[in-house]
Every structure is written in C-alpha cells, then in structure tokens.
Ligand binder design. Structure first.
Ligand SMILES: Cc1cc2nc3c(=O)[nH]c(=O)nc-3n(C[C@H](O)[C@H](O)[C@H](O)COP(=O)(O)OP(=O)(O)OC[C@H]3O[C@@H](n4cnc5c(N)ncnc54)[C@H](O)[C@@H]3O)c2cc1C
Length: 386
C-alpha cells in the first residue's frame, strides 16, 4: 500500500513542511456550538485535502499521497502539537476507508475513495444495534436480494456522526439460515435514500455526536455490496481492527500534548505527593502507549491487520486517556471553569469535556471486557470461557 520504509531525512523535511503550513493555515479556535463546529471542521477537512495532507499514506492512484504511515503519523503529531483539529471524516479515513481500500472493486474504489479523502462525502459505521453490541454477530438488520438491489430493514444505534454523514457502512444479515457469523454482508448505503431516518442522541459532553439510524425498505444497489455476499464478518473485523489500533495511534499524539500542558501546570502549582504520583503514573501509561504505537506502525506498514494486538492498543489508549484527564480533573479541583494557568495552555472546560469523553474509550470499538477476553484467548492462548 505504501512505498518502502520512510527515509528519515525525507521524514524530517516533511515534518518541517507540515509544521510551517499548519502554523499559517490551521484554525486557532472552533465554534462552541456543535453544528457550527461541525461545519468548520468539514471546511478544514477540504482545506487539508487541497494542501495534500489527507490520505497521506493512501495510494496515489486513488487520490492519496502515496507516502508512508510514518509520514501520516508525523503530520498527526505536528497537528496535535499546534492544537490543529483533525479532518472531520474520521470514520471514513481511519475506520471504514481502509476496508474499502482493501476489499473494494475497481468501480467501488473509483466511485468512493476520492470523495471520501476530499471530505466531499462523509462516512459513518452502522454496526451496533440495540441488541447487538458486544455480541455483534447477533445483529438483526436484514437485507433481502430483490433483482439488482437489496432491500434493507432494521435499526442501528450509537452510529457516530450519522447525522452528518453521506454514506454508511452497514452490516446486515443476508442469510438467516447460516450460522450467525456467516450470513452477514457489508453494504455501502447512501444516507439520502428514501427510508433512512437518523435521530441524534445527546451525550454526557452535551454534543449529539452519535445517533440512532432506522432503515425502512431502503433500496441498496447490489453494486454497493463490499466483499462477498454473506462474507461481511471478516470485513467487519478488519474495520474494527483499524478503529482499535489506528485510532489509538492518532489519539496518542493528542494525549501527549495535553500531558505536557498538565506537567507545566503541576510544576507551577507545587503539587501534593498524591498529585505528583498521579502525574508519574500518567507518564508511565503514556510511555507504554507510545511503545505500543511504534509496534502498531510496523503492523500497519506490513498490513498485519486484524490482530489481537489491536485490542492491546485499544486498552492502553483507554487507560492512558482516563488516567491523564482524571489526573487533570483532580488537579483542577474547585477552579473548573477557569484556565488553570495561561502559561500551561490547560483549559478547565476542555479538561472536563475530555474527561467525560474519555469515559467512552472503554466502550467504543468494543468494550474493555471484550478486549480483555480477546487478549486472554487469542494472544495468551487461554481456553475459551464461554
Ligand atoms: C462514543 C461511542 C461511539 C460509538 N460509535 C459507534 C459507531 O460509530 N458505530 C457503531 O456501530 N457502534 C458505535 N458505538 C457502539 C459500541 O461499539 C458499543 O457500545 C460497544 O460495542 C458495546 O456494545 P453495547 O453498548 O451494546 O454494550 P453491551 O454489549 O450490552 O455490553 C454491556 C456491558 O456488558 C459487558 N459484556 C457484554 N458481553 C460480555 C461478555 N461476553 N463478557 C464480558 N462482559 C461482557 C460489556 O463489556 C459492557 O460492559 C459507539 C459507542 C460509543 C460509546
């Protein structure tokens, strides 16, 4: 998918170029209002694409830059360091997109990849259902073949950014007579098709990022089947692997920036022994995450996806994120709404939001208990307990 290993000199020059571009182009603040913020982020995505900073490690023949995962990571690190936002279409770029690239037909790649990278078409991931989260294979959304189309009926839930998405990667049961992992297909669904209804759900942060999605006799062309009919489970595992490991790579860079700010603030506050210990614990957690992310880069470069190691990355991310913002929140104490110190750059309100959002890291992409079970059974070879 990418050229051979990154030349470190080239990588350093690339990093410098990215940094100077970001210093002038990146927005310095985003609107407080969720809707306005979303619009600003969509615009930012398009700006990034035009400047050649989206799809950095995607193949050039599909509109990417054809560089390495190390280049992509260097750009993420520079963005995080300057507090620049990520492009809006995170699910398309980091979760669904890699599966599309791996399994799409030539026609599907020609149709979908460039608009996805350009931010012209935003994607969401319609996997979870009210009775199918951890036990995803028990999903009940049905797609029945009728001539040259599927007719889709059912409900998804917790679908992030569905309200802002143009396309959804939907897992649907296409053969109810097969064992439950076997009769599932992976469909690419146009969210403007008649019969699709989206209802946003407000989260504890106050944002309505995820949604319920209802499908009522939705017509999906057969050409929008990704991979084989009834073979969607393996593709779903590929998508989830990218969500668990790829997202951890990106988020780590942001956490390290917040950690540096926390450290500045703690130094100024003359910390208690408890606070100092908590900050030390966070350093250890983030150091572990950094080591894991070097291994994740190697796996991504060698296309070793999915792997039970993706679950380790996901668990380490949740632990690091919760430890970091839990420590920051404790430190804030009663001064929650004021910036902790102008010097440190730590913003009290942002910390509260990050802390609340961090709770969901134990759930999205597969819950903590399920990831621990995957590690026990598939990595450590312990016998199945169920
Ligand atoms: C912020 C956020 C964004 C999300 N975005 C999306 C999205 O875009 N698309 C999408 O499809 N889904 C999305 N999800 C849904 C997410 O994938 C599910 O919430 C997750 O897989 C857990 O499923 P569930 O909520 O049904 O919980 P359940 O499966 O009902 O689990 C409830 C609890 O029981 C535990 N449990 C269940 N089974 C077992 C078991 N066998 N062994 C031990 N413990 C068990 C779980 O660990 C959990 O603690 C999102 C979730 C969040 C929080």
């Amino acid at each position: 998918m990418t050229p051979a290993g990154a030349d470190p000199r080239d990588l350093e020059a690339y990093r410098q170029r990215a940094r100077s571009w970001l210093e002038t182009a990146a927005p310095t603040s985003l609107p407080e209002d969720y809707r306005l913020r979303t619009e600003a982020l969509r615009t930012w995505h398009r700006t990034l694409y035009r400047a050649g900073f989206v799809g950095i490690d995607w193949p050039a023949e599909h509109g990417g830059q054809g560089l390495t995962v190390e280049h992509a990571l260097a750009f993420i690190e520079e963005s995080a360091r300057l507090g620049a936002p990520q492009p809006f279409g995170a699910i398309g770029l980091h979760v669904v997109g890699p599966t599309l690239l791996r399994h799409g037909t030539d026609e599907q790649l020609a149709r979908f990849v460039e608009p996805l990278l350009a931010g012209e078409e935003v994607w969401c991931q319609g996997f979870s259902e009210p009775d199918a989260g951890s036990d995803l294979a028990s999903l009940r959304t049905r797609a029945v073949v009728e001539g040259d189309r599927f007719v889709l009926n059912g409900q998804k839930i917790w679908t992030s950014w569905a309200d802002d998405s143009d396309w959804c990667a939907v897992l649907a049961r296409t053969d109810p007579d097969q064992p439950k992992h076997r009769g599932i297909s992976y469909l690419l669904v146009d969210m403007t098709t008649p019969g699709v209804t989206v209802r946003p759900i407000t989260q504890i942060t106050g944002d309505a990022e995820f949604c319920e999605v209802f499908f009522e006799d939705v017509a999906v062309p057969r050409t929008n089947l990704l991979g084989p009919l009834n073979g969607g489970w393996d593709l779903a595992m590929h998508t989830l692997a990218h969500e668990r490991s790829g997202y951890a790579l990106r988020r780590r860079a942001e956490l390290e920036v917040s950690y540096t700010q926390l450290l500045h603030a703690v130094r100024e506050e003359r910390p208690s022994p408890e606070t100092a210990a908590a900050v030390g614990g966070t350093y250890v957690a983030l150091g572990g995450l950094a080591a894991l992310s070097r291994r994740a880069v190697r796996r991504a470069r060698n296309a070793e996806v999915p792997s039970p190691l993706d679950s380790v990355d996901k668990l380490a991310l949740a632990h690091g994120e919760q430890q970091l913002f839990g420590t920051a929140l404790d430190l804030l104490g009663a001064h929650r709404t004021a910036p902790l110190s102008a010097e440190s750059g730590l913003d009290g309100e942002q910390i509260v939001r990050d802390y609340l959002h961090g709770r969901s890291a134990s759930v999205y992409g597969g819950s903590e208990q399920i990831q621990l079970t995957i590690v026990a059974e598939r990595l450590l070879g312990l016998p199945r307990t169920r």
